[in-house]
Ligand binder design. Structure first.
Ligand code: M6R
Length: 610
């Protein structure tokens, strides 16, 4: 995820672009840059690091001009660096592009361009776009962009300028957000409304496959095929704070709702076109080394650790190699048995968690190969690990992790399948079947989100209790642990997650009249057994909410007080769905209790102390 902004008007563009980028920093903040038409031509200033670095650089040497584009980056291809920052230009320096998204076929395009003599400076996919547009240019920037876009596969929102036509700014949207702001004698582009709200409340929202050509006085809207279209102007009547949260009341709710996109983006380009295999070109570990691995340790903290618990089942199930999971703060003090044939997988949203980083270093000291699953390119964990799989969840602002967790699950599914292919432990049909089910997940999450009101009702009744239980077996137990942590973290209600079959060995003594029990019952093979455990708590007066599979309503109704059904998927994939109602449950419970949902007491987003 990145943020893009653009301006064409009669005012100095630099301050407008920088202010806009500040409002988009939530979309990424590892580097930033702007391109402006100055008296000298199209000039670019860009730098790695926070926006403040760019501001410092520009304060001594401002870019003066009334047309410009800007970008704040969340690295996907190529580490955060000056040269990888946007805007990118072609070799003639006459074309400049800002981009949000991923060009899946950029390597093929780059190779073709290099054979034709183009020189590339960065490791990004975006630089290819500026070169492609330059190649296609024959006097009309709009046609050049249309022809270039036809060659690209993936997701993109683009802002394009060319020195040849300094009075036009071209914007394109394909699977990444982009809006157009309409002012008097000035026009804007932006990834999100807050970036331009200070200047105008009248906008066009581009849909996928649409583009806009902006001049100071007009906006032409068309499809990327060049057919003109008409659109209604959308008048924004939210305040700026609401706008930053995309219309949601809290970042946590926004991030819960971003999960379908996070799933989609994390899978993008990692499943072969025929849908039958996983491709992870970013992995350096050789097939031979992977085949020689005989032990796996998954190490992480908090929610990331809970993703690791699901990761254990995925790898053991698909690859049949024993996996141990460890909380990172415990790992290095227990003298773990690590050999060169051990793969240590560290999981961290931020990539900066001190305990996880310490575990990574301990593993490397002992000769293990370390694979990191992280959301932040260029983070300490990403830089120090031997291999990295980036989750493309976009920046997570709320302290309670939601979309990062679920994207980590997607990363585990992809890696587990990739490893199974490499070791030959699953046949092609099985892999294809799982991949097809994975690709249905984003839509299935949307279905769950559409029923948020049901969960809200349950959350309000739960918020009146001091204590409750989450129970489940197998993968359901792993998800129960995450549900329990989420609830504690933001609602401050005490809860415990228990393996459903273990209750009778002690904890059942705590079950009394009216105590809420959230029971997950999604694992086909364990269905009967879990139902018996639910009957045990029901018999002692518990008030049971069942998280069940669609189609099981009638049967489970006999043993539960309320039910929430998730769409049908493969048993291995249910955590990617069943966690969503639990996230909503904790969100609405916290809301009902009047807590600061996004910034719960005593906690921080990134824990960089041991
Ligand atoms: O950035 P990390 O994923 O390494 O953070 C690990 C935990 O601190 C984090 O998941 C924490 O448990 C969350 N606040 C839970 O929502």
């Amino acid at each position: 995820m990145c943020g893009i902004v653009g301006y064409i008007g009669n005012r100095e563009s630099q301050p407008i672009l920088l202010e806009g980028l500040k409002k988009l920093e939530y979309r990424g903040y590892d580097s930033a840059g702007i391109a402006v038409f100055t008296e000298e031509g199209l000039e670019v200033t860009k730098t790695v690091g926070r926006l403040a670095n760019l501001e410092n650089r520009l304060s001594g040497d401002p870019l003066r001009g009334t047309v410009g584009i800007g970008h704040t980056r969340w690295a996907t291809h190529g580490k955060p660096s000056d040269v990888n920052s946007h805007p990118h230009t072609d070799n003639s320096l006459k074309f400049s592009v800002v981009h949000n998204g991923i060009i899946e076929n950029y390597l093929d395009l780059k190779e073709e361009l290099m054979l034709a003599g183009h020189r590339f400076l960065s490791e990004t996919d975006t630089e290819v776009i500026s070169h492609l547009i330059a190649v296609e240019y024959d006097g009309d920037i709009v046609k050049a962009v249309q022809r270039a876009v036809k060659k690209m596969r993936g997701a993109f929102a683009l802002g394009v300028l060319t020195e040849h036509e300094p009075d036009r700014l071209v914007a394109v949207r394909f699977a990444s957000p982009l809006i157009i702001g309409i002012g008097e004698g000035e026009k804007f582009i932006a990834s999100d409304i807050p970036a331009i709200l200070e200047h105008t409340r009248d906008i066009y929202i581009l849909n996928d496959g649409e583009m806009a050509v902006l001049t100071r006085d007009a906006v032409e809207l068309m499809t990327i095929e060049g057919n003109f279209i008409a659109k209604e102007v959308f008048h924004v009547d939210w305040d700026i704070m609401t706008a930053e949260k995309g219309g949601f009341d809290h970042f946590m709710l926004k991030e819960i709702h971003e999960q379908p996109k996070a799933y989609h983006d994390t899978m993008l380009g990692r499943i072969s076109e025929d849908g039958r295999s996983v491709v992870l070109p970013e992995l350096k570990i050789s097939a031979e080394k992977l085949r020689g691995i005989n032990r796996v340790h998954i190490v992480a903290c908090g929610t990331a650790y809970h993703a690791g618990l699901v990761g254990k089942s995925i790898i053991e199930n698909l690859v049949r190699i024993p996996v141990e999971t460890d909380v990172a703060s415990e790992y290095r003090y227990r003298s773990p048995i690590i050999t060169p044939d051990t793969l240590v997988i560290v999981v961290s949203q931020s990539g900066e968690t001190a305990d996880t980083l310490a575990a990574l270093r301990e593993a490397q000291r002992n000769g293990a190969h370390v694979l990191a699953i992280t959301n932040v390119v260029g983070s300490s964990v990403a830089r120090e690990a031997d291999d990295v799989i980036i989750t493309l969840a976009g920046p997570e602002i709320a302290v309670a992790s939601t979309k990062a967790y679920s994207s980590q699950l997607i990363a585990f599914y992809l890696f587990g399948l990739y490893w199974a292919q490499t070791n030959g432990t699953q046949d092609e049909a099985t892999v294809a079947n799982i991949l097809a089910a994975m690709q249905a997940l984003p839509e299935q999450v949307e279905k769950i989100l559409a029923q948020a009101e049901v969960i809200k009702g349950v959350a309000e009744s739960i918020s009146k209790h001091d204590s409750l239980f989450f129970i489940g077996r197998g993968l359901d137990y792993a998800v129960a642990m995450e549900g329990s942590l989420k609830l504690k973290e933001i609602s401050y209600i005490h809860s415990e997650a228990y393996p459903a079959g273990e209750l009778k060995h002690g904890t059942l003594a705590l079950i009394e009249e009216g105590i809420p029990v959230i029971a997950l019952i999604t694992q086909e093979g364990l269905y009967e057994k879990t139902l018996s455990n639910i009957k045990e708590v029901k018999a002692r007066g518990a008030d049971v909410l069942g998280i069940i599979n669609e189609g099981h309503e009638a049967e489970v109704a006999k043993s539960t007080d309320r039910q929430f059904a998730i769409p049908r998927t493969l048993p291995l994939l249910t955590p990617a769905l069943s966690v969503v109602p639990l996230q909503l449950l904790s969100y609405y419970a916290s809301l009902a209790l009047g807590h600061d949902v996004d910034k719960p007491r005593n906690l921080a987003k990134s824990v960089t102390v041991e």
